[in-house]
Every structure is written in structure tokens, then in C-alpha cells.
Design a protein around this ligand. Structure first.
Ligand SMILES: [Zn+2]
Ligand SMILES: [Zn+2]
Length: 277
């Protein structure tokens, strides 16, 4: 079950955001290796923290996964540390409650109405976890699943296939099923539209109804398999390219072009094509 972990501006706990989390023994039942977590920060209590906060009001600010758990050798009460893996901070704060309706993203059981927010570690349903992520603009891919780009026509059609990839240490990993997440593509299209960000090519304009909705989705930073959770922000981590621009950006596998590099080449060669105009 996913868990919300609290990290306040001032605390007696020895936390390092995105690296490790320090907690009392009673939360061992929730924090286990592999547990997905979302970071939460309570209300701002002192102005001195204003410059490091994203908002005065309580908010969520990152997603990660729990790694190894180790006892805190200096604690007589049985406190523990856990590693925080694959941390990804949100680009903007996700408010814990709607400022107008006061409705909270987390579900507060009636029995906990008076002290719910006091808990530093709060289990939440998958639904709540997804709701917070949705508001953050991130899509989290579960363990062992990484998006794989294809340059072929089936982008957006094929959701899964078998492949051979290298793991982090350069070994070949065979037979792993790598799934592409159709939500990633759908979201990338939603935020970036169907027009090539390299040259402005519009498939529908040239090919009519036959070309409508066709575009390649490109990951700006190639994603290596981490073996664990992977959070992707379609707006910031992805873009859309026509088939030609996509081939050019990947032409030399050792030196993938950045989007601005590709745009600069086109602007130099064909100022009339340059996109954005
Ligand atoms: Zn293009
Ligand atoms: Zn690509």
C-alpha cells in the first residue's frame, strides 16, 4: 500500500529529502522495501522557511520508493531509517486540500478526524496516491517497467513487446517484458499537440485525415531501467517530433541531439521551417 511521509520544516528527525527517512518503530508496519511514498509538508509555521517552501499551506512535493530499512543505532526507542530511492520532486506543489472547498486529497477516516494530520507516516489507498500524482503532472511507471521508444508506425498502438536491453552495468538482459505506457503517449500528445516541435510538420495538414493524430513521441532524456519506480513528466521529459526529425535526433546513438540543437540546425538551413516560429 502506498504511504504518505511527512517532512516538516522543523523536526527532531534526521531526514535527508530524497535520500533517507528517519522514523519511529511503529511505522515499520507501513514502510517496507518497495513501498511507494509521496512526500508531504505541513503548514508553514515560521517565515524563515518561506524561501525554501513551495507554498504556505500543506502540500505534497515528491514521489519515491522505499529502499533498505536499517535500525538507528543511536536510538533507544527503536527508531529506524529507510533509504529513499528513485526520488522525483514535483515541479509544483500539490495542495493537500482545495483552497475553496477545503476538500482534502487524502481520505480522513471519521475515527481519525481530530488527529489525522499528526501522523508522520500515513498509509493511503492507490486511488489517493494516483490522485496526488495526477495533480503533480507526473506519471509513475511501476517496477521494472520502462518506456521504450519505437520509430515505427505502431507508436501508440503496441503497448508491449519483448526486447533485449542493457541493464545499468552493461549486461544484456533478455526476455524482459518492457511495456510502453499508453498514458504517457496520450498525455504527451495532450500537452504538446500533434505538430512536430523540430520543424513544425503537421501530418494532418499534409496527409489529411489519413495523417491525423500521427506523431512520434520522444523522450528528451533517455531513460535507463532503474529496476524500480520511474516517474515521468510528459510535459517536461517528453516532446513530439515528425518521423524525420525523430530519426535525425537519434541519428548518432552516441550523441543524441537535444531539441534546441535540432531546432538550431533547421533554423540555420531553412529559416522558413524553423519551429517554434
Ligand atoms: Zn519535424
Ligand atoms: Zn526519440
Amino acid at each position: 500500500m502506498p504511504v504518505i511521509i511527512v517532512e516538516n520544516d522543523e523536526s527532531e528527525w534526521d531526514d535527508a529529502t530524497g535520500e533517507s527517512y528517519h522514523f519511529p518503530k511503529r511505522y515499520l508496519q507501513y514502510l517496507q522495501p518497495g513501498t511507494p511514498v509521496i512526500y508531504y509538508k505541513g503548514k508553514q509555521r515560521s517565515n524563515q522557511y518561506a524561501h525554501v517552501r513551495l507554498d504556505k499551506n500543506p502540500y505534497y512535493f515528491g514521489v519515491a520508493e522505499v529502499g533498505k530499512i536499517t535500525p538507528d543505532g543511536n536510538s533507544s526507542k527503536g527508531d529506524h531509517y529507510c533509504e529513499i530511492l528513485y526520488y522525483r520532486s514535483f515541479e509544483q506543489a500539490v495542495p493537500a486540500s482545495n483552497p475553496v472547498t477545503r476538500e482534502t486529497l487524502e481520505v480522513i477516516p471519521a475515527s481519525r478526524a481530530s488527529n489525522f494530520w499528526r501522523d508522520g507516516v500515513r498509509p493511503c489507498s492507490q486511488e489517493v496516491f494516483d490522485r496526488i500524482l495526477e495533480a503533480s503532472g507526473l506519471i509513475v511507471l511501476p517496477q521494472q517497467v520502462v518506456p521504450v521508444e519505437t520509430n515505427d508506425d505502431r507508436q501508440g498502438v503496441a503497448d508491449a513487446y519483448e526486447t533485449i536491453v542493457e541493464d545499468g552495468t552493461g549486461r544484456k538482459v533478455y526476455g524482459t517484458r518492457y511495456e510502453r505506457n499508453p498514458r504517457l503517449r496520450a498525455r504527451a500528445l495532450q500537452v504538446h499537440g500533434p505538430v512536430c516541435k523540430g520543424c513544425g510538420f503537421d501530418f494532418e495538414k499534409v496527409y489529411g485525415a489519413h495523417g491525423r493524430g500521427y506523431i512520434h513521441v520522444h523522450h528528451l532524456n533517455p531513460i535507463a531501467s532503474t529496476g524500480g519506480m520511474l516517474a515521468v513528466n510528459p510535459q517536461h521529459d517528453m516532446t513530439v517530433l515528425c518521423a524525420n526529425c525523430h530519426s535525425m535526433i537519434h541519428r548518432y546513438p552516441k550523441k543524441m541531439l537535444s531539441l534546441p540543437e535540432l531546432q538550431a540546425i533547421i533554423a540555420r538551413q531553412h529559416p522558413s521551417l524553423a519551429f517554434p516560429p
